[in-house]
Design a protein around this ligand. Structure first.
Ligand code: SAH
Ligand code: SF4
Ligand code: F3S
Length: 497
């Protein structure tokens, strides 16, 4: 594997292919008697979501529209994840469901991409057992999608094109179809060099490669000018940003430069590796209130022995030092984490150490996972795998402790009035809106009857009430009640209209 920078010149080829494809898609639409539509289904993390936005950008460029919920797509792209075994199982489980769709529409195009495609056995399985899949490509190959489509449409052959290279397409002009009006996902780096012994990502996403800060900051000011309120800086380990580029600024500096761009009210970043986060990042967060009051700091385990076997390069003491510094400097902020239970060799004592650190850090919430043995990783070959019943039992204890802490954390804001960035209607009821506080707490809230918006009184119970029109607005919401994973409140006023 090697890093290959894709230059602007090479991207000119993209434009000529796009015009060719546009004509072809228009012809196909006439033959089919309708405008061709696409659907991109995304599994996995925010980096995959960001990749899907790029894929959608390309599909729109060639003249496709997004399929509505009750419409079968003509072009279907499945962007996969392979972080845990159940991710693979889900994809293969769902894939069968598309066979009848393809039978009905012989011209339908189905492609599978994303992290699963970097594991040759998955591509082989698709080749052999899913003949109605037309193409497979890797997570670093998105800019090659026009070529893949062109090959498929002109030669009518299946295309299996998963590159060995780790591409870095440092170009702000590639199309992106942003799925949320208020949130822009901005990868600052790709890949991962850390080889945590349980993790597939370094194999699926290749080596770390940072985009240039000049390009990132230009893109960010454009996004701020377009009116995005929230930006999410993405990378598997944002704190090692720039390490692969001589003379590049550090992540703390990039964060500071982002905070100085006028327009963003929420600057978020994911993910911070505890071995690389510098105190400067915490001080920068403190200095700029437009940086989210939230740090996601995956701990994985509280036991120094387990952490060593995971190849995490920090121990319990170092983790606690960072977590407690963050708590001291930003006492109103939230701290969240990821924890793996049942890593090979984990003893009851090791697990107790995890519970201990969870209590000391009082995480506001945590993603808890049962260890999943991933083919090709170092830990998959460890002989001391933990029996499932032990994992299940420990997982239950951790979950009970964390649920209690999450609920207490939610209770701590009851009675306060917080600034909320509205995300749209809630999953619970059509008259309830959902949004997040600046500390990333999920808030479901009502709008009291008669509240004024653009000079008109709102009635959330009326049948024409459209909660989505408020997406992206900031509002003050009084928190009234704590729930296990969210809080409930009532709108006091809109900040911007
Ligand atoms: N780059 C991020 C994590 C990305 S993966 C970091 O280092 O923090 C997201 C989470 O999935 C990880 O933090 C880990 O908790 C979990 N995970 C990764 N591989 C796993 C495995 N084999 N089994 C169970 N959980 C896993
Ligand atoms: Fe996986 Fe570790 Fe890289 Fe995170 S830092 S993506 S857990 S190898
Ligand atoms: Fe999954 Fe790949 Fe993300 S394995 S978690 S989609 S980097």
């Amino acid at each position: 594997m090697s890093t290959v920078i894709v230059s602007q010149d090479e991207l000119l080829r993209y434009n000529s292919l796009v015009s060719k494809l546009k004509n072809r898609i228009a012809e196909m639409g006439i033959e089919a008697g309708h405008t061709l539509v696409y659907h991109v289904k995304t599994y996995g993390c925010q980096l995959n979501e960001s990749d899907s936005e790029k894929i959608e950008g390309i599909l729109r460029d060639i003249g496709l529209s997004e399929a509505s919920e009750d419409q079968d797509p003509d072009f279907l792209i499945l962007n996969t994840c392979t972080i845990r075994e159940n991710a693979d199982v889900r994809l293969f489980g769902n894939l069968g469901a598309y066979k009848p769709m393809k039978k009905q529409n012989r011209n339908m195009f189905i492609a599978v991409c994303g992290c699963m495609m970097k594991q040759p056995e998955n591509v082989e399985r698709i080749k052999k057992s899913f003949p109605y899949v037309d193409a497979c490509f890797g997570p670093s190959d998105i800019h090659l999608l026009p070529e893949i489509l062109d090959k498929k449409l002109s030669q009518r052959k299946r295309v299996f094109s998963v590159s060995e290279e780790d591409y870095l397409v440092d170009d702000n002009d590639m199309p992106v179809e942003r799925k949320r009006k208020f949130r822009a996902l901005v990868p600052i780096m790709y890949g991962c060099n850390n080889f945590c012994t349980y993790c597939v990502v370094p194999y699926t996403r290749g080596r770390e490669r940072s985009r240039s800060s000049e390009q990132i900051l230009k893109q960010l000011s454009d996004l701020a000018n377009e009116g995005f309120k929230e930006v999410m800086l993405l990378g598997q380990n944002v704190n090692s940003y720039g390490n692969d580029k001589e003379g590049e600024i550090s992540f703390a500096q990039l964060l500071e430069e982002t905070a100085k761009i006028p327009g963003f009210s929420r600057i978020r970043f994911m993910t911070s590796h505890p071995k690389d986060i510098s105190p400067e990042v915490i001080y920068t967060m403190k200095k700029y209130p437009n940086i989210e009051r939230h740090l996601h700091l995956p701990m994985q385990s509280g036991s120094s022995t387990v952490l060593k076997r995971m190849n995490r390069h920090y121990d319990q003491e170092q983790y606690l030092k960072t977590a407690l510094l963050f708590r001291k400097e930003l006492p109103d902020a939230t701290l969240t984490t990821d924890i793996i239970v049942g890593f090979p060799g984990e003893t009851e004592e090791d697990f107790q150490a995890t519970l201990d650190v969870v209590e000391k850090c009082r995480f506001d919430s945590a993603f808890t996972f049962q260890y999943s043995r991933r083919p090709g990783t170092k830990a998959a070959s460890y002989e001391d795998q933990i029996p499932q019943d032990v994992v299940t039992e420990r997982f239950g204890r951790l979950l009970a402790l964390q649920n209690d802490l999450t609920f207490k954390s939610n209770e701590s804001v009851v009675g306060k009035t917080e600034e909320i960035l509205i995300e749209g209607k809630s999953a619970t009821a059509p008259d309830i809106l959902t949004g997040r506080t600046n500390s990333n707490r999920l808030v479901n809230f009502k709008i009291p009857k008669g509240t004024l918006y653009k000079g008109k009184a709102i009635d959330a119970e009326s049948p024409d009430f459209d909660a989505d029109q408020f997406e992206g607005l900031l509002a003050m919401v009084k928190i009234l009640k704590a729930k296990p994973y969210s809080v409930e409140g009532e709108l006091e006023s809109f900040i911007d209209e």
